[in-house]
Design a protein around this ligand. Structure first.
Ligand SMILES: [Cu+2]
Ligand SMILES: [Zn+2]
Length: 181
């Protein structure tokens, strides 16, 4: 009889612990639906801007507003490391490429996850970019959270390996979790 009661009590305690654990997990890991990168100029550059990543039906919408550019096209990528500490941006590493495939344009069927193509700056040096991307995600193995966005001096030719020959890095910003509201 006593043993039976203890068994019931033990099961009750275990069940309560199980419930508590499930609640805790649900609270601590909400789905990430928005991210943001603030681009800071590298040494000698005055390129700056903001890039947002928002989960939408069919992909992630990427919107960038960047200023301080020479008019024309500038390579625009997500790089592997969320580290903009080097004065020339090289600490961000190469293009974010979790599938270990070739570099390509944003609309290529095979490309780095980080291959976003080019920004195109107008005569005032400002560029606006919008794209719904199907490679970039905000969770799982292709998540860009904690990686870095880099803007380059030259145009990404969308074919040269492994970087599109886009030249020096003019701005760098780490992608962080944003308030979804
Ligand atoms: Cu790049
Ligand atoms: Zn690439």
């Amino acid at each position: 009889m006593k043993r039976g009661l203890m068994l019931v009590a033990a099961i009750a305690v275990m069940a309560a612990m199980g419930c508590q654990k499930a609640e805790k997990e649900a609270v601590s890991t909400p789905e990430i639906t928005k991210a943001v990168a603030v681009l800071h100029p590298t040494e000698g550059s005055s390129v700056r801007g903001v890039v947002t990543f928002t989960k939408v039906p069919g992909g992630v919408k990427i919107v960038a507003d960047v200023e301080g550019l020479e008019p024309g096209k500038h390579g625009f990528h997500i790089h592997q490391w969320g580290d903009c500490s080097a004065s020339d941006g090289t600490s961000a590493g190469g293009h974010f490429n979790p599938e270990n495939v070739a570099h390509g344009g944003p609309d290529a069927s095979v490309r780095h996850v980080g291959d976003l193509g080019n920004l195109e700056a107008d005569e005032s040096g400002k560029a606006h970019y919008e794209r719904v991307d199907t490679f970039v995600t905000l969770s799982g193995s292709h998540s860009v959270i904690g990686r870095a966005v880099v803007v380059h001096a030259k145009e990404d030719d969308l074919s040269s390996q492994p970087t599109g020959a886009a030249g020096l890095r003019l701005a760098c910003g780490v992608i962080g979790i944003a308030n979804p509201q």
